[in-house]
Design a protein around this ligand. Structure first.
Ligand SMILES: [Zn+2]
Length: 169
C-alpha cells in the first residue's frame, strides 16, 4: 500500500472502529427502516441526521449528497427504500449556510480551479441561488414521480447554528 491509500491515511479511523467494534451494540438490527423514514440531506459535516431528528441507528435510511438535491440516483434509491426497506415517508433537508446555495455554478467551477483542481465545466454541481424554490421543486419532483406515488414527502430547512428544523413544504 502506498502512503496515500495505506495505513497512515486511515489509521485514526481504523483505531476508532476497533473500539467501536469492541463494544458493538447493533448486532441483529433489522435492515428495514424502523420509523418508515428516509432522510435526504447535504454531505455537510455539521449535520448529524439521526441525532437532529431524535433517531437511532435502524430507524431511517439516510441519503446524502452535496446540497441535498433530488437527483436520479436519489430517486432510484428511494424506490428501493420504499418497496424493499419499509420506507413510506421521506424528508428532504436543506440547510442554512450551504455552499451549494451560495452563488452559481460558475462560482463553484472557479472555486475548484482556484483550489488547484481540474477544469470541472463538464460536471453539473446543481448549485442554486434560490434555495427555497429549489427545495420545493425537488420535493415536487419526488411527489410527481410515478414510481413513488404513495411516498409522503416533506421539504425542510435545518439551521446549522441553532439545530432547529423548519418545514418549508
Ligand atoms: Zn450543504
Amino acid at each position: 500500500m502506498d502512503a496515500a491509500s495505506g495505513d497512515s491515511a486511515f489509521a485514526d479511523v481504523l483505531a476508532g472502529n476497533e473500539s467501536y467494534a469492541r463494544d458493538f451494540q447493533l448486532a441483529g438490527l433489522e435492515p428495514l427502516a424502523a420509523k418508515g423514514l428516509a432522510v435526504l440531506t447535504c454531505m455537510d459535516s455539521r449535520i448529524a441526521p439521526l441525532e437532529m431528528l431524535g433517531l437511532a441507528p435502524g430507524d431511517a435510511k439516510i441519503l446524502r449528497n452535496a446540497g441535498a438535491r433530488v437527483t436520479d440516483d436519489v430517486l432510484r434509491t428511494l424506490v428501493l427504500a420504499t418497496y424493499l426497506l419499509g420506507v413510506d415517508r421521506a424528508m428532504v433537508v436543506a440547510h442554512t449556510n450551504c455552499r451549494m446555495a451560495a452563488g452559481d455554478e460558475d462560482d463553484v467551477h472557479a472555486a475548484v480551479s482556484e483550489a488547484g483542481g481540474p477544469d470541472t465545466q463538464s460536471l453539473a454541481f446543481l448549485v442554486t441561488d434560490d434555495q427555497e424554490a429549489t427545495l420545493r421543486a425537488d420535493v415536487q419532483r419526488v411527489r410527481s414521480w410515478p414510481y413513488l406515488k404513495q411516498l409522503r414527502v416533506g421539504g425542510f430547512l435545518y439551521d446549522v447554528e441553532t439545530g432547529r428544523l423548519a418545514q418549508v413544504c
